[in-house]
Structures are given as C-alpha cells and as structure tokens.
Design a protein around this ligand. Structure first.
Ligand code: PHB
Length: 391
C-alpha cells in the first residue's frame, strides 16, 4: 500500500515535470544558428553572435511571452555539406524554430532546401550573393547583397574622374556578383575595365596578382575580398609592391576595411575609399547604443563590424515578427510578418523588400581616416534606398 502511494507520487511527479517541460518548451523560441566559429573565418560567427547578443542585452531575452534561446553550430569555414547536416540536426534533433546566422554564401545556399522542407524561417545575417533569397521562400536577408553595395562604388568612381579600372575579386558567388555589378555600372558610366583577376577563396597568395595589376598600369583597382584576414594580406602586397606610389588607386567594397580588422591593417589603409552599408563610425543614437551593448556583452577588444550589425538587425527582425504573430513561430507567418518591415538599424533605416525578401538600405561612400583615437571608415556620401540590382 505504502509502495503504491509512493509509486503514485513518483508517477504524478514525473507527469508534472513532463507537463512543466512541455509548457516551457511552448514558451521558448529556439534559434538554430549556423555559423563560422573556427578556422580562418572564425570572426564571422563571433561577430554575428556578438551582434545578436548585443540586441538581447538591449531588448531582453523575452518577446511576445516567449523566451529566446540560441543553439550554435560551427561549420568550421566554407563547408556546404557540413552546414546542411548541421541545419538538419538543428531542425530534427534540437527542434529549433528559426534558422539564423550564415556568414558565408556556400553555407547559406546549402541550407536553403532544409528551410524549405521544414517550412522554417531562415534569417541571413551576412551571406551576400544575390541569388540566395531566390533559393527558398523562407529566406529573409537583413545584411546586404554584393551588387547592392558595389554599384554605387562604380558610379562614384566614374563621377570622380576614374576611367580605367582593373578588377580583382574572390572566385566565388559574392566576388563574381561584385565584378559583374562593378563592370556593368562602370562601363555604363563611360569607364573601361582593363583586366580582371579571380583569386581563390582559400589561402590566396596575393603577391603575383598585385604585380599583374601594377604591370597593367590602370588608374585604379576595384577589389572585393571576403572580410577579415584576406584584406590584411592584400593590403600588405599593395603596400610592398608600391601600387599607391605608382599612382594606382584602390577602391573596394567595405568588406576590405571591415571594422574588425581595420586597426590591424594599419596606416596603409588611410585614404582608402569604399562603399558599404555599415560603419562603426556611423553617427546615430542607434549605433552608439549598439556599440555600447556590444562592448558590454563581448568585451572591448573586438570592434563590431557589419556582420555584428547583421546579427543585431536579424534579431530585431525576429523580435518584431514574433510580436506581429503573437509568438507563433510558423515559418509562413514569420516570413509574412517580415515582408515590408521597416527598422532603424545601427547602419541607418532599412526595409525588407516584400517582393524579394532582401534588404533595402542606404549605401555609403566612406574614406579611412584617423579619428576618435583610431582608424575608421568615415562616411562622406550616400546612395539612399538601394535595392538589390542583381535581381
Ligand atoms: C559571403 O560569403 O557571402 C560573404 C562573406 C564575406 C563578406 C561578404 C560576403 O565580406
């Protein structure tokens, strides 16, 4: 009899626990983050997650009655097969509600069919090849596209008297997108492309490429490389081979003067002109609050860059969408809630194009200057309301 009672009590206890965890599972929204946390692109995951955490620091970890939890997975670099497997695990094993992250294009492309099959919203916080959003109706991108940020650079260069350009781009989606966007816009404005080079995505040695550019004697070189270590390596070659002294200007997308590595690249970057959507030097109360929260959560050592801003804005989009769906994580409802959404980002105003699910934003022209105790991309011209011209 006594055993019977104990058994009953144990059973009731277990049932209560099971019920409690079912209720708490209902009150949690799980974000499955696929990111690059190790290898040469490790800063991508770190920056994106840092931006996400900065948002949560400012806005709390609960929205529409749901607690937000992040489950992280590391692709270890550009590894589409790994990214796909990790996303499948996140959906089937970890029961995540939304897929987020994605620094690199190949990883985002590989996960697109997983989002479609699972009907889960997938928020791209960096990966910037134009076609990505066409690969699943569940994808929303808050970051940028390469054609979007490149085209203004071509227009600006032509307007400022540059006529002959040599293009150097990384040999994968974003690089090819930026080469096409630059060449088309530059030629349309009367410019001439005198040569082009594609550099490998992994372990490039820039010295021979830089020499080839120098020998062709263009007025400027247009450059796209994925943010981080490659920019440091290219700038070293550019300085060592004396391109600036030979009168060859460098113009680029802002990936090269990424705020996370600008100090490490040092003085050779002074005066460098780039086009981009985010600068840590952007002067706004939203950016000041973002940088303060980022430093509090991640420590002062790493300056937030555009990927951190992408992580922050991705969280903003998710929080605002969850408010609209009253906490429902249904993929169709979340994507519908994000279409046409307007946010005031640390970079300035942004909007999710309801037709393409891609971000519409201001693209700034910036110059590297020594200011505020360090090297910064100082914005001095802008192209407002830029859609992705790549679609
Ligand atoms: C990308 O792989 O889409 C990518 C990576 C780094 C960048 C820009 C785009 O700086």
């Amino acid at each position: 009899m006594r055993f019977g009672n104990l058994g009953k009590k144990l059973f009731c206890g277990a049932a209560t626990l099971a019920l409690a965890s079912a209720v708490s599972a209902q009150n949690v929204v799980k974000l499955g983050m696929v990111g690059e946390f190790s290898g040469p692109f490790a800063q991508y995951g770190q920056q994106i997650l840092g931006g996400m955490k900065a948002y949560m620091k400012l806005h709390g970890d609960t929205v529409a009655g749901k607690k937000i939890e992040i489950v992280q997975k590391d692709t270890g670099g550009p590894a589409p097969d790994v990214a796909k497997r990790l996303a499948q695990e996140l959906v089937t094993r970890d029961n995540v509600d939304i897929l987020v992250g994605f620094g690199l294009t190949p990883n985002a492309l590989a996960v697109a069919p997983v989002a479609t099959e699972a009907k889960k919203a997938m928020v791209i916080m960096n990966a910037a090849t134009s076609i990505i959003t066409t690969r699943s109706p569940y994808i929303v991108r808050v970051s940028m596209t390469l054609p979007q940020i490149t085209q203004p650079m071509a227009v600006w260069a032509a307007k400022n008297g540059i006529k002959k350009v040599y293009t150097v781009v990384a040999d994968y989606g974003p690089g090819l997108d930026s080469e096409k966007a630059f060449s088309e816009a530059f030629k349309a404005a009367g410019g001439e492309i005198v040569g082009s080079i594609h550099t490998p995505l992994q372990n490039p040695d820039f010295a021979p490429f830089v020499q080839r550019v120098k020998d062709a004697k263009p007025e400027a070189v247009f450059l796209f490389l994925p943010a981080g270590e490659q920019g440091i390596a290219f700038m070293k070659g550019y300085a060592e081979r004396g391109l600036a002294q030979a009168g060859i200007k460098l113009i680029a997308t802002g990936d090269i003067t990424d705020d996370g590595v600008l100090e490490a690249m040092g003085e050779p970057t002074l005066g460098l002109i780039t086009s981009f959507h985010y600068s840590a030097a952007h002067n706004s109360p939203e950016n000041a609050a973002f940088k303060k929260a980022y430093a509090e959560v991640n420590g002062d050592k790493l300056r937030p860059n555009f990927m951190a801003a992408g992580g922050y804005d991705g969280m903003a989009a998710i929080y605002e969408a969850l408010k609209k769906t009253n906490g429902s994580t249904d993929g169709d409802k979340l994507v519908a809630a994000m279409k046409g959404m307007k946010l005031v980002s640390p970079r300035g105003p942004i909007m999710i194009d309801p037709e393409t699910r891609d971000v519409v934003q201001t693209v700034y022209i910036r110059k590297v200057e020594k200011t505020g105790g360090g090297l910064y991309n100082v914005e001095f011209d802008k192209f407002p309301d830029q859609k992705d011209p790549g679609k």
